[in-house]
Design a protein around this ligand. Sequence first.
Ligand SMILES: [Fe+2]
Length: 480
Amino acid sequence: MTTPFPHSMDFTGFNAVSRVECEIYDLIVHGEVPKEINGAWYRMIPDPQYPPRLGDDTFLSGDGMMGRFWFEDGHVDYRQRYVMTERLLADRANRKSMFGSYRNPFTDDPKVKGVERGAANTTPIFHGGKLFALKEDSLPMELDPVTLETKGRWDFGGKLKSKTVTAHTRLDPETGDLYFYGYEAGGLATNAIAYCKADKDGNLVSEQWFEAPYVSLMHDFVVTERWALFPVFPTTASLERLKAGGPHWVYEPGKESYVGIMPRDGSVKEMRWFRYDGPASSFHYMNAYDDGDLVHMDFGLAQVNPFPFIQKASGIEVDPSKARSRYARWTFDMSKPGNTISEREIGPPGDMPRIATKDMGRPYEVGYYQRFDPTLGKPNISGPVGAGFNTVSRLKVQTGELRNLSMPPTMTVQEHLHVPSTKTGHEGYLTFVVDKHDVQGSEVWILEAEHPESGPIARIEMPLRLRCGVHGNWVDVGAF
Ligand SMILES: [Fe+2]
């Protein structure tokens, strides 16, 4: 037995835990899954095995559950398995949660002192023939790409010195090189960033360390063909606060933000820091690209950190009507001295951006992201921020043209991904899990990416509720 989970936002309604490992063959499909979609869609779900040790906790502490949809000739199978982290093994050995508050080891049961705390619950990536589950506070976990069996921690054969690898990596679609980094690379609340590159076969070929202006929650970064961009927004950590049993993260709206830019394949000594003085927070970058000496970066820009547990730790009461959130383009002129950032608004606020893999780091026209449109109905809770998204948007980033799929009032969408088409001139597909709040059930929808407003071309019934995942990735069958 275990005790019930708390009646808080993070564990009730669609955020109720699942804890189900399963295999389902030939899911029921309404409509037709395009037969050119062949491969695996991996998605990571935080799904805690045990109730929080300290009575309550954030959704983001949940043990990593890896899901895998397998698409083959119009058929779809599904499998999900826990990632058997050191943390989950220790909890199961003790039949309770041994780990305290989010990313604070000073709140753990002393019996697990020194045990790796990473929950491997954020992003699946497949690179160099290997499948990894990533969480930004620790090293990747390697899983079998078919069975999802856990193989163990991955440190590039002992080569990687960083103690962490972030959940957002960046691929050069032409070379297959993977660019990634770790923050708090030297340990808890350290200001060290490790910037790394692995070749297409997964060999670590570069690891350089540098210091950010301050310790911050650097969740994502972005590369162009020439540059690597490291945004720093003021959600900050302090070792003293952690030692006192306090929260890992506090948002400091009065603190300045930065974007560090260095040659993508150059030295960290060439890093140049651009400064932004308004209140700012962002987690995901749609894309960035070079335009002569200009560098453009497109992303969802908010005035406050959106996570309720961080707002609470920061003593912030948010009035959404006063927060000037927007989808923004920041442009940096690398030919001129100074640290000025120019901004223009390219769309309404939102998050969870995706683009076609071929466009990564290149000039591009179209991105897809998600929004909450209050005119569609009251918020439905799904995921760590609270209100789930109810709109999938296709944005033409140069013109601002939007095409929207607006969900019914009882439905929210989980993160979509983009699946390329083999047909010339075809924009590919978007696929995502739909939360059906009226019946606590799930479906998967597939859209034509060029026309999200036309609705699904296929709906896949799920015989179990799929707890909100964080991120997913598509791996074409040719990669296996
Ligand atoms: Fe993320």
